[in-house]
Write a protein that binds this ligand. Structure first.
Ligand code: MRU
Length: 366
């Protein structure tokens, strides 16, 4: 996607400097900063500190981390060490482990001399595949948006609500939940997006930045507004991303997603999840009991980062001194609340049968 007229992916290989370049998302939406990542510690920090974030982007970043490890020392022992070191950076998004497993399995089959070049190529492949998967999710989601638009008087916008940032900077490009939005906007379908702020880290501000840069009309709303908007008939469809979806279609996503799904069900608003296949965890079924939920620092709840009227970026405390905060970063929406899963292979029911129908070879291999 474009930033100030220049086409970007959210990470890219810098062949001249021989390192990965990322967008340091801690500064968005106020500052657009890129950063080279050159050491294993910098890779881990980038993921832990959420310089890079979003399930697909975390996976692609980890694949480049493996490539660096293989360039340093392509032994089996170092490959296993890199897997362990990177895998513990964030616990919930399954794309991280998916990418690490894919790299380790492929590389272990090779002689050590071939590993460095192949590992880098694998990271490029994972990134390119992510872009294509998301483009296709967009094509499939676009059909849903077209159907809604067809039932509206000419010029009336399709009103979508999204939670967190499942946009192009959470992936390598396009985003998952945003891909249908970008494609619908580019196709001339009038849209209006309700963007949840998504406390505590306000990923909604990233979504607003993205949508604004692409010219997609949107309104940033507090996390508590969604139910009210749905009750008043102001939301035609919800589309969110996911960090891990179980084989039966339970959806783990940013904290607060479950509440949106409950409100959507109570108000007969379709609730769709944009799901790239690497985000399916075929090894788990019951999301509520089987998915580990990341507990992040309480400081993310008691403090907030923003820009002052004078333009300075800083952090302020919002709670009384000494207040303790609880910060579960994700929740699970049971499959019964999900209208459908928008994947790169089409849209399916959130169920074992639905997912196995679209991805039979993956379901069987699991
Ligand atoms: O904690 P984050 O910002 O990494 O969480 C991101 C989300 O929850 C996204 O909705 C999800 O990863 C899907 S991104 C395409």
């Amino acid at each position: 996607m474009k930033v100030n007229g220049t086409q970007y992916r959210s990470l890219w290989w810098d062949a001249e400097l021989n390192c990965l370049q990322i967008i340091d998302q801690r500064w968005l939406p106020h500052k657009f900063k890129t950063q080279p990542v050159r050491t294993m510690q910098e890779f881990a920090d980038a993921i832990v500190e959420m310089r890079v974030r979003g399930a697909p982007l975390i996976g692609a970043t980890a694949a480049y981390g493996v490539a660096l490890a293989m360039a340093n020392d392509p032994s089996d022992a170092n490959l296993d060490a890199a897997w362990t070191f990177l895998e513990k950076t964030r616990p919930t998004a399954i794309n991280l482990r998916w990418a690490l497993n894919r790299c380790r399995t492929a590389l272990k089959l090779l002689p050590v001399e071939a590993r460095a070049a192949t590992a880098l190529q694998l990271a490029h492949d994972i990134s390119d595949e992510d872009v294509e998967i998301n483009r296709r999710i967009g094509e499939n989601g676009l059909k849903l948006i077209r159907d809604i638009a067809a039932q509206k008087p000419d010029g009336e916008p399709v009103r979508l609500l999204t939670h967190c940032n499942a946009g192009w900077i959470a992936t390598v490009d396009w985003g998952t939940a945003t891909s249908p939005m970008y494609q619908a906007h580019d196709a001339g379908i009038p849209l209006h997006i309700w963007v949840d702020e998504t406390r505590p880290r306000n990923q909604g501000a990233l979504t607003s930045w993205e949508l604004g840069s692409h010219g997609v009309p949107h309104t940033y709303v507090t996390d508590n507004a969604g139910g009210h908007l749905m009750q008043h008939g102001l939301v035609d469809m919800v589309i969110v991303g996911t960090d891990r979806t179980t084989r039966r279609g339970d959806v783990c996503n940013k904290i607060g997603t479950y509440l949106k799904a409950l409100a959507a069900r109570d108000n007969n608003v379709p609730f769709y999840v944009a799901l790239p296949s690497p985000t399916i965890d075929w090894s788990v079924s019951d999301g509520v009991s089987e998915i580990p939920i990341e507990e992040r620092s309480e400081r993310e709840t008691t403090h907030i980062q923003g820009k002052s009227d004078e333009g300075a970026i800083g952090v302020v405390q919002v709670t009384p001194d000494g207040t303790s905060g609880g910060n579960p970063a994700f929740d699970v929406t049971p499959n019964r609340l999900v209208t459908g899963l928008i994947t790169e292979r089409g849209i399916c029911e959130a169920s074992s049968e639905g997912l196995a129908g679209l991805f039979p070879e993956m379901a069987q291999a699991a």
